[in-house]
Every structure is written in C-alpha cells, then in structure tokens.
Write a protein that binds this ligand. Structure first.
Ligand SMILES: NC(=O)C1=CN([C@@H]2O[C@H](COP(=O)(O)OP(=O)(O)OC[C@H]3O[C@@H](n4cnc5c(N)ncnc54)[C@H](O)[C@@H]3O)[C@@H](O)[C@H]2O)C=CC1
Ligand SMILES: O=C([O-])CC(=O)C(=O)O
Length: 331
C-alpha cells in the first residue's frame, strides 16, 4: 500500500503533479491538501479510471492531520512562486513559515514518511525541515529530500539540443550543489555518454542550466514560475522513491540532502564544507541508500563553479537553520 500526499495540491505545480500521481499504478491512495480548492481538485481527479483513491482536505476539521496520517510519501510544493526580478531567496519570508508548519504536521502525523521538498528556496527550506524534524526527535536524513530533479532534467534537455540528440533522456548530466542560480553546478565533463560541447557554447550552456528557472519566470511575465516541467520532475523523483521502496535496485536520482546523516555522505560533506548539498543519490527501501561523490574527477572550470556555489549555499543553509531554531513550531 502506498499513500502519497501533496501539500499545496491546488497550485500551479500541485495540480499537474497530483494528476501524474493519480495516473500512476504505483499509488493506492492520494491525499491532497491546500488552503484553497483541494476538495475540488480531488473531486476532479477522482473520476480518472486508475487505482488510487483520492481525497482532498482544507485546514479546517483537522485537515492536515487527516491528510498526513498513514502517508508514505509527502511531496511539498506549497508556497509562493517568483515574479520577474525576484530571487528564490526573496521567497524565504513567506515560504519558510509555510514549510515549518507543514513539516511540523509531518513530524506529528507521519514521521516515517519520505519527504520531498519542492518549495523554494530549497537551499534553505530543506535545512528548516531538518531542524523542525530534529526538534520533534524524528529526523531521519535518509528520508528528507530537496527536489533538484528539474536541474538535471533541464541539463539533459539543453545538452541534447546542442549535441543534436533527439531523445534527451539518453543524456545524463550530474548537477550538484544547490537549487538557485550559481549554487547550481552542472558537471558537463561527467555527462554520460560523454559529449563534446563546442567551446563557444560552453559558458552559455552552464549559465542556461543555472538560470533556467529565470527563463520561465520571464516568459510567464508575472504569472509565476515553472510548474509543468516541475510537476514532471517532481513526479519522476516521487516515482523513483516509490520504486526503490518496492525493492527496485540501481535507481539513482540527484537530491539535496543532509550529507553527514546519509551513507557515503560524510566524506562528501567534509570535501565541500557544507552539510546540505545535492549529489546523485542511490535510492533504496529506506530512502537514501548511498550518496555518490562525483567531485573527485571534475575539471578546473567546474572546481571554480563549485567554490562559488559553496559560498552561496553556506549563507542559505545558515539562514534556514537560524530561522527554524528561533521560531517556535506552530500547530
Ligand atoms: N524545487 C524546484 O525545482 C522548484 C520549486 N518551485 C517552487 O514551488 C513552489 C510552488 O510553486 P507554484 O505551484 O508555481 O505556486 P502556486 O502559487 O501556483 O501554488 C502554491 C500553492 O500552495 C498553496 N499554499 C500556500 N500556503 C499553504 C499552506 N500553508 N498549506 C498548504 N498549501 C499552501 C497555495 O494555496 C497554492 O495553491 C514555489 O515556492 C516555487 O518557487 C517551483 C519550480 C521548481
Ligand atoms: O525559478 C523558480 O523560481 C522556480 C524554480 O525553482 C525553477 O524553475 O527551477
């Protein structure tokens, strides 16, 4: 039995993500929660002829508790998106409190669930989640994931465009670090299969992967940020977690995790000097089976990108930890 939950299910990401989860044969129960319209989204999806039983809850009548009880996988795209001119860090003021309160619910009602955080700024919201879970004595680092899948999805797509590969799924680019601007570090030298990027396209490609989110924010012109590509990426990650839990082996996805607490992570944390960092992660029945370290063989350009990323990440992580330590959890 797999019960999946989406918190923020009525939003731009939440709706298409809930659709993909409802269409999945791997999901038996799907519970949707939002401060608006979640019962409507649930009623709509419930007419789809697939196995998952769908329910929708609002905050009233213990809605969060009813949503979360018995959950195995909780995906969180709740919170405000960017408008042109904003950074992801500008979302902290509002989204930090939203994530804190929702994670407090997870800690109380489904402490063993796998938690997939999409809400930005991911670099800070994941540390907030870790601190809140710690406060409740239920923090299992192998079960807390910052979703950075969209960065690798974009990297595959943009590299494929340049090298003329028709199916971008055949191109895998490790992307490490965080999820905002120059904290995103694509390791093009480790692309599989190996590709040759023309020298005059290299820097533009790196920049496009780092700032792909801005491209969408600009094109949407005030109507939000990436939602459909994010739903695709979020579903891919959730599906991988569920498949690994069901015993499928060899599934590797990138994720922003608390390195010192996961197998293989300590050595990487020491090398990069930050505790939260995205690397390709091998998934297993208990979440992170192993964090893999691609940094041993990166080139000089990538080392420079990494240095810049780590500086930014430190600030973002400290901000999240400070917020969660100072603020009492509400609920
Ligand atoms: N990790 C990533 O790669 C990406 C992250 N994002 C982030 O995902 C978040 C959501 O983006 P969109 O879906 O476009 O925004 P949206 O505004 O369309 O939807 C957000 C939903 O969250 C709900 N919400 C607000 N407060 C809530 C609460 N306390 N409890 C439950 N639900 C609540 C809203 O009612 C709304 O339905 C943003 O923070 C955005 O920056 C977006 C794209 C990629
Ligand atoms: O750009 C944004 O604000 C949303 C996001 O995280 C992305 O598209 O990567």
């Amino acid at each position: 039995m797999v019960k999946a939950v989406v918190l923020g299910a009525a939003g731009g990401i939440g709706q298409p993500l809930s659709l993909l989860l409802k269409a999945s044969p791997l999901v038996d129960e799907l519970a949707l929660y939002d401060v608006v319209n979640s019962p409507g989204v649930a009623a709509d999806l419930s007419h789809i002829s697939s196995p998952a039983k769908v329910t929708g809850y609002l905050p009233k009548d213990d809605g969060l508790q009813n949503t979360l009880e018995g959950a195995n996988v909780v995906v969180i795209p709740a919170g405000i998106p960017r408008k042109p001119g904003m950074t992801r860090d500008d979302l902290f003021k509002i989204n930090a409190g939203i994530v804190r309160d929702l994670i407090t619910g997870v800690a109380k009602y489904c402490p063993k669930a796998f938690i997939l955080i999409i809400s930005n700024p991911v670099n800070s919201t994941v540390p907030i989640a870790a601190e809140i879970l710690k406060k409740h004595n239920v923090f299992d680092p192998s079960r807390l994931f910052g979703v950075t899948t969209l960065d690798v999805v974009r990297a595959s797509t943009f590299v494929a465009e340049i090298v003329g590969e028709k199916d971008s799924r055949n191109i895998v680019v490790p992307v490490v670090g965080g999820h905002s601007g120059d904290t995103i570090v694509p390791l093009l030298s480790l692309t599989k299969p190996s590709v040759s990027i023309p020298a005059d396209k290299h820097d533009g490609l790196v920049n496009r992967i780092q700032y792909g989110g801005d491209e969408v924010v600009k094109a949407k012109d005030g109507a939000g940020s990436a939602t459909l590509s994010m739903a695709f990426a979020g579903y891919r990650f959730a599906e991988s977690v569920i498949k690994a839990v069901r015993g499928e082996k060899g599934i590797v996805e990138p994720s922003y995790v608390y390195l010192p607490g996961v197998p293989g992570g300590d050595e990487i944390a020491k090398a990069v000097g930050v505790d939260f960092f995205a690397v390709p992660v091998e998934l297993g029945p208990n979440g992170v089976a192993k964090a893999t370290n691609p940094l041993g063989s990166i080139n000089e350009d990538e080392k420079k990108l990494l240095e810049v990323a780590i500086k930014g990440l430190k600030t973002n992580i400290d901000k999240g930890v400070e917020f969660a330590s100072a603020e009492p959890a509400k609920l």
